[in-house]
Design a protein around this ligand. Structure first.
Ligand code: NAD
Length: 444
C-alpha cells in the first residue's frame, strides 16, 4: 500500500517506520525542514529504542522516505495518516490548529479517493471538523477515519508492532476494509482490532489516558496518606495488587505523571466535558493531585535541610543556599528523551528557587534539559560525577541504570549520604545499613 504520514514526531515517525517495515511504501512528511533534513541525512531527531536501526533498514530498501513536500505526500498515497501535535490551548482544550492546518494542506493536493486517518489525539467531533475543512476545498471523494494511537514512548516500536488493541472509528465498509488491511500484519496472532463509530474511537483514547492518569494520582494519594499515618505504601501496593480486580499495573507512587499525553489529555477531556455542560469532578481531582505530587520530592528535601521552625512556621528566603543537589533522571519517564511536562522541571525549579545548586544527569535527555535550563544547572555526562560534593541525591526518573548503582562509591564522593528516592527504586533498609539517610514516597 502507498501510505503517507503527516507529522514526523514521536508518533508519526514510529508509525511511518513500522508501516514501512510491514512492506508498505511510506512517505513521512513534516513542515519542520530541520527535522526532515536530519532524517534525510541519516540522523534520527528523537531517542526511541530500536527506531534508528529500523529507519535505516527501510530507507535502504526504498520503502521509507522523508519530505516537506505535502503535494508529493498526498498525491503518491492512498492512505494519509495525520499525526501532528495537539498541544493544550489556553483553556486546556486541545489546540486543533495543527490538525486542521494539515487537513487544509491535504485538501489542496487531493487527486482522487483517499482515506484520511486521524492518529493524533483529538476531542470527540474533530473528525467531523476535519471532514468539513477538506470538503470545503476539494471535489474529490475522501473519507475520514479515527485511529487513535496507544504507543508508549520508550517502547513505541514494540507497542506498534504488537499492539494490545487497534481502535478504528470508520463509517464505511470500504474504509474499514482498508484499515484492516493496513493493520493485518500487526495482529497475526489474534485480531484485536475494534471497529466502532468515529466519536467512540476518539473518546476511547481520552478515556484510556484518563484512566491511567487516575490510577497514578490514586496511588500517589494513597502514598501521601501512608506517609502521614506511618504506613508503608510498598506493602500496601502489594497488598492491593494481588486482587485481580485491581492488579499491579500503574500503581507505583512517584513524583507525578508528565509527558506530552496524560497532562494535556486529562485537561482536554475536562474542558470538552465542560463545553457540553458536564463537570468532570474525578478528572479535575486527578489533575490537582498530580500538580501537588510534583512538589512532594522538593518539599521533602526542604524539610530535611531546612525544617520549618514550629513557632513561626517559616523558612529563610533561600533555605537551600549553599547546598548542592544531584538529580538523576530528567526525562518524564525512562527510555525517552522527551521532557515535555516532565516532573523533573518542576522539582528543579523549586530547588533553584530555594537557592540550591543542581548537578543533573540523564542518560539521553541532556540536550532537551540544556534547552530548558540553559546555564542555571550543571549537566553532567556521568551520573557519579553529578554526585561529587553533593549534599543529596534526588532520583526523579527510574532509568534502569540507576537501580543498582555502586552505593559505596556514591557514599565516598557525596558530601552527605542522603537519598531522596522519587520512584521508590531502592531498598531503604539496605541503604540505612550502609549509612545513607533515605527518603521515599509514602514509605515509612
Ligand atoms: P510531536 O510534537 O513529536 O510531533 C508532531 C509533528 O507534527 C512535529 O514534527 C510538527 O512539526 C509536525 N507538524 C505540525 N503541523 C504540521 C503540518 N501541518 N504538516 C506536517 N507536519 C506538521 O507530537 P507527538 O508526540 O508525535 O504527538 C502527535 C499526536 O499523537 C498528538 O496528538 C499526541 O497527543 C498523540 N499521541 C502521542 C503519543 C506519544 O507518546 N508522544 C502517544 C499516543 C498519541
Amino acid at each position: 500500500m502507498k501510505i503517507s504520514v503527516i507529522g514526523t514526531g514521536y508518533v508519526g515517525l514510529v508509525t511511518g517506520t513500522c508501516l514501512a517495515e510491514s512492506g508498505n511504501d511510506v512517505i513521512c512528511m513534516d513542515i519542520d525542514k530541520k527535522k526532515i533534513e536530519l532524517l534525510n541525512n541519516g540522523n534520527v531527531p528523537i531517542y526511541e529504542p530500536g527506531l534508528e536501526e529500523l529507519i535505516k533498514r527501510n530507507v535502504a530498501h526504498g520503502r521509507l522516505s522523508f519530505t516537506t513536500n505535502m503535494s508529493r505526500a498526498v498525491r503518491e498515497s492512498s492512505v494519509i495518516f495525520i499525526a501532528v501535535g495537539t498541544p493544550p490551548g489556553e483553556n486546556g482544550s486541545a489546540d486543533l490548529k495543527y490538525v486542521l492546518g494539515a487537513a487544509e494542506d491535504i485538501a489542496r493536493h487531493l487527486n482522487g479517493y483517499k482515506i484520511i486517518v486521524n492518529k493524533s489525539t483529538v476531542p470527540v467531533g474533530t473528525a467531523d471538523k476535519v471532514k468539513a475543512v477538506i470538503a470545503g476545498k476539494t471535489k474529490h471523494k475522501f473519507e475520514v477515519v479515527s485511529n487513535p494511537e496507544f504507543l508508549k514512548e520508550g517502547s513505541a516500536i514494540e507497542d506498534f508492532m504488537k499492539p494490545d488493541r487497534i481502535v478504528i472509528g470508520a463509517n464505511s465498509a470500504r474504509s474499514m476494509q482498508i484499515m484492516h488491511d493496513v493493520y493485518a500484519p500487526f495482529v497475526r496472532k489474534g485480531d484485536r482490532t475494534l471497529v466502532m463509530d468515529v466519536r467512540s474511537a476518539e473518546m476511547t483514547k481520552y478515556a484510556s489516558n484518563a484512566m491511567l492518569a487516575t490510577k497514578i494520582s490514586f496511588i500517589n494519594e494513597m502514598a501521601n496518606i501512608c506517609m502521614s499515618l506511618g504506613a508503608d505504601i510498598d506493602s500496601v501496593r502489594r497488598g492491593m495488587g494481588y486482587d485481580k480486580r485491581i492488579g499491579f499495573e500503574f500503581l507505583f507512587p512517584g513524583v507525578g505523571y508528565g509527558g506530552s499525553c496524560f497532562p494535556k489529555d486529562v485537561k482536554a477531556l475536562v474542558q470538552t466535558a465542560k463545553e457540553h455542560g458536564f463537570d468532570a469532578k474525578v478528572l479535575k481531582s486527578v489533575e490537582a493531585v498530580n500538580e501537588q505530587q510534583k512538589r512532594v520530592l522538593s518539599d521533602l528535601i526542604l524539610s530535611h535541610f531546612a525544617p520549618k521552625k514550629s513557632t513561626r512556621n517559616t523558612r529563610p528566603a533561600k533555605p537551600l543556599s549553599g547546598r548542592t543537589v544531584a538529580v538523576w533522571g530528567l526525562s518524564f519517564k525512562p527510555r525517552t528523551d522527551d521532557m515535555r511536562e516532565a516532573p523533573s522541571a518542576v522539582i528543579i525549579h523549586n530547588l533553584l528557587r530555594a537557592g540550591a545548586e543542581i548537578r543533573a544527569h540523564d542518560p539521553v535527555a541532556m540536550h532537551e534539559a540544556r534547552k530548558i535550563f540553559k546555564k542555571r544547572i550543571t549537566l553532567m555526562e556521568d551520573g557519579y560525577e553529578a554526585l561529587r560534593g553533593a549534599d543529596a541525591l534526588a532520583v526523579v526518573t527510574e532509568w534502569n541504570e540507576f537501580r543498582t548503582p555502586d552505593f559505596q562509591r556514591m557514599k565516598k564522593i557525596m558530601k552527605n549520604p542522603v537519598i531522596f528516592d522519587g520512584r521508590n527504586i531502592y531498598n531503604q533498609e539496605e541503604l540505612k545499613k550502609m549509612g545513607f539517610t533515605y527518603y521515599g514516597i509514602g514509605r515509612r
